[in-house]
Design a protein around this ligand. Structure first.
Ligand code: DX5
Ligand code: ZN
Length: 215
């Protein structure tokens, strides 16, 4: 199984963002997760397309996985695609015309993901599955790094995986060395982890410990 690990920049040392990205890439990260919060869809406010653009210029082969926690999304989809994002995921309740927004992500040359908040029913996947490259299952409520994973969501991951066995399931929020194997067992193959990686002493050891759990 090809598992992907995506450190979430939200927990990186923002005063040294470039070095932090270099360090996690050297430690074996597959991509970086870029959390965009607008103080509207979620209470927090983070970084925008300009930062994405300068990181894409500095790291040309870096896969930047943009998670839009904004409402609306369409204009930012275009801006982030132009800024070098490779994957863009959006929440179904953050756009009036979900099908159109998902098409827009593809038209802009990016992979499209749909994000399900902890209490969002997987039912909404039914009519947009053909537009998706991956599903992002929130294992915490969106808005902040460093939260504790909601264990009940493991059942939801298993349910989605059973219903749609072919589509990659990415999990986001509270992922640690201790729970990553449970998430994989439920059906996740892509793992966003912020606090667990960036608060650790040695990124290489932490990523190796995660991969060891997945092996
Ligand atoms: C939460 C964000 C997550 C967050 C994950 O709203 O979407 O990507 O950064 O961070 P940790 O792994 O610290 O929960
Ligand atoms: Zn995220």
């Amino acid at each position: 199984m090809n598992y992907l690990i995506a450190p979430s920049l939200l927990s990186a040392d923002m005063t040294r963002l470039g070095e932090e990205i270099r360090a996690v890439l050297e430690a074996g990260a597959d991509m970086v997760h870029f959390d965009v919060m607008d103080n509207h869809y979620v209470p927090n406010l983070t970084i925008g397309p300009f930062i994405c653009q300068i990181l894409a210029q500095r790291f040309p082969s870096l896969v930047i996985d943009v998670h839009l926690m904004t409402n609306p999304v369409d204009e930012l989809i275009i801006q982030f695609a132009k800024a070098g994002a490779k994957r863009i995921s959006i929440h179904p309740d953050a756009t009036i015309h979900l099908d159109r927004s998902l098409q827009l992500i593809h038209q802009q040359g990016c992979q499209a993901g749909l994000v399900l908040n902890p209490a969002t029913s997987p039912e909404c996947l039914r009519w947009c599955m053909h537009r998706l490259d991956f599903i992002l299952v929130m294992t915490v409520n969106p808005g902040f790094g460093g939260q504790t994973l909601i264990p009940e969501i493991l059942d939801k991951i298993a349910l989605i995986h059973k219903q749609y066995p072919k589509i990659p399931i990415c999990v986001d929020g509270g992922v640690t060395i201790d729970n990553i194997a449970h998430l994989a067992h439920a059906g996740a193959t892509q793992f966003v982890a912020g606090w667990a990686i960036f608060s650790s002493e040695n990124y290489t050891n932490t990523l190796a410990a995660m991969r060891h759990q997945l092996a």
